[in-house]
Design a protein around this ligand. Structure first.
Ligand code: ADP
Ligand code: 5GP
Length: 202
């Protein structure tokens, strides 16, 4: 069985990752979402093991030291990281795995697993980003300002990614993401076994 794709998806906070991925998962059944670990506090409605595994700094550092994190980074004062085991298991089972991570983590994964597919989601403008971030209503004003400053730092890293998806109209962003996934699956390098099978009884 062909190994699944590893999809690394980044966007500035408020860029629309959560919204786009919810729709993508409703349309693509072979996908699995990696649940990250973090030391930040849960937002209202977030549950341990669902959006994140919420850990103390000590618990997180133990997981780093024992090699249980595929990648990790500090973001606005907290650790965020990808537990390694489920990602490897799902890929071996032929599932396509989505990592929704920031740019430093994205760079680590690209180095470790160069066959991954990296996608950067961009808002149409900084004004729209600010409006959406405020409209979400989940952060204090100071945190919004921190996240906007972080977005200005992160957006230039879009050039290190394989693809860019513009999140203007939601439906277009989702269909662009699906087109990328489907195109990647048709790459010659991911189909060598099937090509050999075609020639087997030639
Ligand atoms: P992220 O997960 O990247 O931090 P969210 O998915 O939470 O971002 O999106 C931030 C806010 O912007 C949310 O309130 C969401 O409803 C809104 N939003 C996201 N994409 C669009 C879009 N294409 N058009 C209008 N609003 C959007
Ligand atoms: P939030 O606090 O808004 O949920 O996430 C803040 C940032 O951390 C987002 O850019 C998000 O993509 C990133 N993030 C979430 N999980 C991980 C992870 O496992 N690793 C890394 N490197 N970043 C993550």
């Amino acid at each position: 069985m062909a190994k699944g794709l590893l999809l690394v998806i980044s966007a500035p906070s408020g860029g629309g990752k959560g919204t786009i991925l919810k729709e993508l998962f409703a349309q693509e059944e072979n996908l699995r979402l990696s649940v990250s670990a973090t030391t930040r506090q849960p937002r209202p409605g977030e549950e341990n093991g669902k959006q994140y595994f919420f850990l103390s700094r000590e618990e997180f550092e133990t997981k780093i030291q024992t090699g249980q994190m595929l990648e990790y980074a500090e973001y606005v004062g907290n650790y965020y990281g990808t537990p390694r085991e489920p990602v490897e298991r799902w890929m071996d089972q032929g599932r396509d795995v989505v990592l929704e991570i920031e740019v430093k983590g994205g760079a680590q994964v690209k180095k470790l697993m160069p066959e991954c597919v990296s996608i950067f989601i961009l808002p149409p403008s900084m004004q729209v980003l600010e409006k959406r971030l405020r409209g979400r209503g989940t952060e204090e004003e100071a945190t919004i300002q921190q996240r906007l400053a972080k977005a200005r730092e992160e957006i230039p890293h879009a050039k290190e990614y394989d693809y860019v998806v513009f999140n203007d109209r939601l439906e277009d962003a989702v269909s662009d993401l699906r087109a990328i996934i489907h195109g990647e699956k048709l790459k010659f390098s991911r189909n060598t076994d099937s090509i050999e099978r075609v020639l087997e009884h030639a």
